[in-house]
Design a protein around this ligand. Structure first.
Ligand code: NAD
Length: 275
């Protein structure tokens, strides 16, 4: 089940914002555990070095990494070319780079708005732009195209009255879902599947490293408790819950699944507050 032997996976944002497991880092390691050759990209060399140390510790020799700014087309193209030189093909692309910045249309600057569009949407666009032709060529040669998994967020699906507003994040992640569905249909006859994983409230290093500061709090434990209580299951998920969903959608077991979303949120989007 979910055997990725013989497949080459390109994972963006394969580091993590802080110590512990972010979604991209867990996905890269899980794909290696499932037998894939993994090429990890990240803008932060120190974050990549952490992932490399884990890969080495676990004995995954078919791992390579490279710094890359996923918002810069030439950088992405160079990284894709590098992956082809090292591993010869790309079967899986995981567009994991992304993150939220708070604000509504009045409080956000134009630069903050554009920054969110670039970080969350343009990164997925550029990943697809440079990898789709590779997968299409593979399909023409050996009938094996590829699978692309993009990362959205339930932050584009449900909103709390009086809660934190992330208008640009919501818009850009809704864009990721629509972009994925449209691209999936454009490539459906070319052996390429495109799907989106939609994580809910997860306990990743983001909580302690960014949210506590962004929300002007100094008590991470209190924030963790509130986030746990907000989930119908009673606790946040973690990066492995996201990674398991990504691996499934990337695997051959998901061969008939394209142009859809897999929500990983402990029931959050289905629940009514107080119900
Ligand atoms: N953590 C959550 O609770 C959560 C919830 C919903 C959705 N998500 C989504 O999951 C994805 C991963 O989130 P996370 O919190 O696990 O990530 P993270 O912030 O821990 O790690 C993201 C990695 O991406 C890298 N990165 C940032 N900008 C980059 C760029 N321009 N080019 C290349 N690399 C870049 C960072 O250096 C970092 O190592 C994001 O798309 C995020 O929106 C996360």
């Amino acid at each position: 089940m979910l055997d990725l032997s013989g497949k080459v996976a390109l994972v963006t944002g394969a580091g993590s914002i802080g110590e512990g497991w972010g979604n991209g880092k867990a996905t890269a390691v899980l794909m290696a555990r499932q037998g894939a050759k993994v090429f990890g990209l990240d803008i932060n060399p120190a974050a990549l070095a952490d992932t490399t140390a884990i890969m080495n510790q676990e004995g995954h020799t078919a791992w390579a990494a490279r710094t890359c700014n996923m918002t810069v087309s030439e950088d992405v193209k160079a990284a894709v070319d590098d992956c082809l030189v090292r591993f010869g093909r790309i079967d899986i692309l995981v567009n994991n780079v992304g993150g939220s910045a708070p604000g509504d249309p009045v409080s956000m600057t134009e630069e903050e708005w554009q920054g969110q569009m670039d970080l969350n949407l343009k990164t997925a666009f550029l990943g697809c732009k440079h990898v789709l032709p590779v997968m299409e060529r593979q399909f023409a040669v050996d009938g094996k195209g590829g699978a692309i998994v993009n990362l959205a967020s339930i932050g584009c699906m449900s909103f709390q009255v009086g809660g934190r507003v992330n208008a640009a994040y919501a818009a850009s992640k809704a864009g990721v879902i629509a972009f994925g569905r449209s691209t999936a249909i454009a490539y459906v006859k070319k052996g390429i599947r495109v799907n989106t994983v939609v994580p809910g409230t997860m306990h990743t290093p983001l909580v302690e490293h960014r949210l506590v500061r962004q929300m002007g709090l100094n008590d991470a434990q209190d924030l963790v408790a509130k986030r746990n209580a907000s989930v119908p299951m009673g606790h946040m998920g973690d990066a492995w819950d996201v990674a398991n969903a990504v691996v499934f959608l990337a695997s051959d077991e998901a061969r008939y699944i394209t142009a859809t979303q897999l929500v990983v949120d402990g029931g959050m989007t289905a629940a009514r507050p107080g119900a």
